[in-house]
Design a protein around this ligand. Structure first.
Ligand SMILES: Cc1ncc(COP(=O)(O)O)c(C=O)c1O
Length: 401
């Protein structure tokens, strides 16, 4: 057999997807596992959205569409962002992609190349880094600090800029920490990017899952402070419980969209026509379905945070957004017991049959990610098992906690 291309050895398979694959395998083997690893909504796709997909099939809307998506859907994206953020994009600034993942991948390939440095944050979603590497650019990391809840602030990014910096990639709300960047911090960063002619890419895939009424009008900040350099990648996956449909979008200057269209035309062509009709219904229909899901996530967040942190074995900031709790498991670690969070995750699966995602997946050793995109019953049982597991390994909870 001949050899594989060098790029395949530079990247790792998605560690978050590995957890899902393990859970699936165990379930197939008849082993019951409580899955707190899932990175997707447990809700079904709302009925009106699925109905639009059915109607697309019934109406034989099953052929190629334009590579970058139907005009209707691009217009719906423009109108959604106008309604949500008061920003005015043109259809020529939008491409419809196979999930936020392809939106981000197209963007990395369109903007970055050999010799370029791209600044990202850790903890962070691993795909963002691997995509930069696939573009043959060099990832540079800003380490967010647990002391301030992993807040994403401008200063460390500005400090990391060099003459080779071509881009900054942010994920807000952030998977896995649930933190968001404030408008004031993004303003600082956007002004600096404008001064230095650097792209700012924002992964907004969790934009609809912010719990507190926190200002998060990042599209407006980019438009105001670094026009022509701001790129937004969004997704129907998490907001509308549409992970399997595969629909996302990039919003960017027309020249970037033209480049992404060219790339996509030789890779996947258009997103499934049926999916596009469903996404059209999602974006143009009542947004109450999103509110209902968000309120339920918030109820679960409050409950699982309380259950897991009250005994002092684990600590975690209350996430402002997403459906993840990022749990500090350092009290469980010891050189001769469980040296790493990876070991904790493995032991949790082996001993108490709870699947979680180790912090190593997000370049954050000492943590595990708990997904609360599952029922309160499962969260209750999972929390009990985690506490029982911790009690066996830690002599006494931290004083005062
Ligand atoms: C931070 C982040 N961005 C983007 C995505 C992409 O999701 P999708 O491709 O389903 O839109 C995910 C999925 O888990 C994610 O966690």
């Amino acid at each position: 057999m001949s050899r594989l291309a060098a790029r395949t050895s530079r990247i790792a398979t998605s560690p978050t997807m590995k957890v899902s694959a393990t859970v699936d395998r165990l379930k197939r083997e008849g082993i019951a596992v409580l899955d707190l690893g899932a990175g997707e909504p447990d809700f079904p796709t709302p009925e009106a959205i699925s109905a639009a997909g059915h109607a697309a099939i019934d109406q034989a809307f099953t052929k190629y569409t334009p590579v970058g998506g139907t005009l209707d859907l691009k217009r719906a994206v423009v109108q959604r962002y106008a309604a949500d953020y008061g920003v005015r994009y043109q259809e020529s600034q939008v491409i419809i992609t196979a999930g936020g993942k392809q939106a981000l991948y197209n963007t990395a390939l369109a903007l970055f190349g050999p010799g370029d440095e791209v600044i990202l944050h850790t903890p962070g979603w691993p795909t963002l880094t691997e995509q930069v590497k696939l573009a043959d650019a060099t990832p540079v990391f800003v380490r967010l600090s647990p002391e301030d809840g992993f807040a994403i602030t401008a200063a460390p990014f500005v400090a990391a800029i060099t003459p080779r910096t071509r881009g900054i990639v942010l994920n807000s709300p952030c998977n896995p920490t649930g933190a968001i960047i404030t408008e004031a911090e993004l303003t600082r960063l956007a002004q600096e990017a404008a001064r230095r002619d650097i792209w700012i890419v924002i992964d907004l895939c969790y934009e609809k899952l912010i719990f507190e009424p926190l200002p998060h009008n990042l599209p407006r900040v980019l438009e105001t402070h670094c026009p022509g350099l701001g790129i937004i990648c969004g997704s129907a996956s998490k907001a509308y419980a549409m992970t399997g449909w595969r629909c996302g979008w990039t919003i960017a200057p027309p020249s970037v969209i033209a480049a992404e269209n060219a790339l996509q035309s030789h890779a996947t062509s258009n997103v499934a026509s049926i999916t596009q009709r469903a996404a059209l219904a999602a974006l143009t229909g009542s947004q109450q379905v999103v509110d209902v899901m968000r309120r339920e996530y918030q109820r679960r967040r409050d409950a699982v945070h309380e259950w897991l942190t009250r005994d002092g074995y684990f600590t975690a900031a209350l996430p402002a957004a997403t459906f993840y709790l990022f749990l500090d498991v350092s009290r469980l670690l010891s050189a001769d017991g469980l040296p790493t969070a990876n070991d904790v995750a493995r032991a949790l699966l082996d001993e108490v049959r709870v699947a979680v995602t180790p912090g190593e997946a997000f370049d954050a050793p000492g943590y595990i990610r708990i997904s609360f995109a599952t029922s309160l019953d499962i969260l209750r049982e999972g929390s009990d098992r985690l506490i029982a597991f911790a009690r066996q390994r830690v002599s006494a909870p931290a004083a005062g906690s």
